[in-house]
Design a protein around this ligand. Structure first.
Ligand code: ZN
Length: 188
């Protein structure tokens, strides 16, 4: 999946956690998005590798969609990033947000035709039907962005959203294309 699809998946997964009781904190939502980008640190041309200092180091040692795309890596990276965040903020929610974002990436990549191996200790290798960078990914991106906007509306203004659901759906639909319209045009 493209990096922006991963960002939306990360945010959607964390908003779901907010619905289940996690605190509504923009910083944690950002950290979930960051966690959702992190597994692709194994690819030299990925968004995260080009933005993060030292991001070109990892791809020399590991194969793409290999070891960083596992539950073990999710836990290890969460211990590192979440531990650092806990030290700074004294809250464990950034770690939870990072882990949720990271796992959302594994889930999103599972939807692609090549899939991923979820663990080094298991041969479990589920695959989906989506080809990265194609219209198929576009359809997923539209659906996930729409759900994210709807969920965000419900979390911020629950009563108004339930009362005027038709309008919120319409606005969410327009917002979806405002947010990802340019990205959709780039898909093949
Ligand atoms: Zn990936």
């Amino acid at each position: 999946m493209m990096w922006y699809t991963h960002v939306v998946f990360g945010v959607l997964f964390y908003l779901t956690a907010i619905l289940l009781g996690a605190p509504m904190n923009p910083l944690d939502i950002g950290i979930a998005a960051f966690g959702a980008l992190m597994p692709d640190i194994d690819h030299p041309k990925s968004y995260i590798s080009t933005k993060l200092p030292g991001g070109n180091v990892m791809p020399r040692f590991v194969e793409h969609r290999g070891v960083t795309h596992t539950v073990e890596a999710a836990l290890l990276m969460t211990a590192l990033v979440g531990g650092l965040a806990y030290w700074i903020t004294n809250s464990y929610w950034p770690a939870v947000a990072f882990l949720i974002g990271y796992v959302s990436h594994l889930f999103a990549d599972t939807l692609t035709v090549s899939g991923i191996k979820w663990s080094r200790f298991s041969s479990f290798h589920p695959r989906g039907k989506i080809r990265t960078g194609t219209r198929g990914e576009g359809v997923v991106l539209i659906g996930v962005t729409f759900l994210t906007v709807m969920l965000f509306a419900y979390i911020v203004i629950p009563e108004e959203t339930s009362k005027n659901l038709g309008w919120v759906v319409l606005v969410a639909f327009i917002a979806t294309f405002a947010i990802i319209g340019k990205k959709l045009k780039r898909l093949k």
